[in-house]
Structures are given as structure tokens and as C-alpha cells.
Design a protein around this ligand. Sequence first.
Ligand code: HEC
Length: 182
Amino acid sequence: MLKNSLKLLTSLTLALFIVGQSSSQDADKQLDISAELFKCLTDMARAGSGAFFVDNVLGDLDATLVVANSETGGSYPPGSVIALVPTEAMVKHETGWNPATNDWEFFELNVSEAGSEINVRGTTSVVNRFGGNCFDCHKLATPQWDLVCGTDHGCAPLPIPRETIVNIQNTDPRCVRPGGAE
Ligand code: HEC
């Protein structure tokens, strides 16, 4: 009886250990990402034939732009930040942080004139405000695009037309207009 309980306890502990392992990220390879790093979209660099915006929180914007503007794809360098609309972004941590998502972390933000707030962040379970799971759509990009959808990389399409995306990009409340008004 006692022996059986011990056995059960051992396998339970082992199962918990395995679950813990598979869902954890390597803390040593995690960049320190806080809400202030998410800026006004149009203050970021335009990339991907103008489709989306990029930045690099480690200061290596050039390396991010090389991949973002490549016609054959590539692996984005650590520190890369990508956004299509103000409320959603992807950030690349150091190599090995979370191999299942190519080290990308997905963010869902609240934005206002006061700046950005992180609403949800994570790897494979972040859902946007339309109920769509970021990773489930982005993982459909063919491998050379490093989970970036662009306009023709094989992802599930967004439920909104491009004109609407452009309108949303141009009305980011975090952008201070010249003269300070608005
Ligand atoms: C229904 C599928 C779908 C869901 C859900 C989704 N995306 Fe996307 N995402 C796309 C597509 C398709 C594009 C490219 C659209 C375009 O450029 O016209 C895109 C573009 C992007 C881009 C610009 C870079 C790129 O991949 O082209 C970022 C960053 C992004 N999404 C982040 C997110 C985040 C973060 C979430 C979750 C909070 C999310 N997405 C949820 C399909 C999706």
C-alpha cells in the first residue's frame, strides 16, 4: 500500500517535472522587455515592402532590417521587434530562449496617448482581441520567413482588409503629432 502510494507520488512528481520543463523558457536568454519599449508605429522603421514596422531593442536595427527586407527570408536577430498594428507585436529573445516559437514572444498591448501597456504576453497561447491565437496563424509561414507572415508567406489571412490595416497604422494614439496637438 505505502509502496504503491510512493510509486504514484514518484510518477506524479516526474510528470509535473516534465510538464514544467516543456512549457518553460530559458531565463538566461530572456531579454528584459517592458511596455515602454513599444513605440509609436510610425516612429519605427518600415519594412517588408512597407507592410509592417520594425525596431531592435539591442540597438541592431540594421541587422533586423536586412532580414525584414530580404526577398528570401532569414532568421531575425535577437532584440528584433515587429508590429503590424499598434496593439500586437512580436519580440525576438536570445537564441535558445524558446525553440518552439523560434525564440519569438507574442504581445497583445493596450495603447493610448499615455503609451503602451502589456495586456497579454507569451509564446504559444497568446490570443488577440478577435479570439485568434497568434502562434497558430504565424506558424503557417513557410520556414524561411521565421514566423513572419508578410503578405504572401503562407499564414492564415487576417479578417480585415489592407486599407483597414493602413488606417489603423496611421491612427496609433501613441504618436505625438507635430506641434503637440492631438
Ligand atoms: C488569423 C491569423 C492571425 C492571428 C490570430 C494573428 N496574426 Fe499576426 N498576422 C497575420 C497575417 C496574415 C499578417 C500579415 C498581414 C499583412 O501584412 O497584410 C500578420 C502580421 C503580423 C505582424 C507583422 C509581421 C508579419 O508577420 O507580417 C505581427 C508583428 C503580428 N502579426 C503579430 C501578431 C500577434 C502578436 C498576434 C496575437 C496577439 C497575432 N499577430 C495574431 C495573421 C494573424
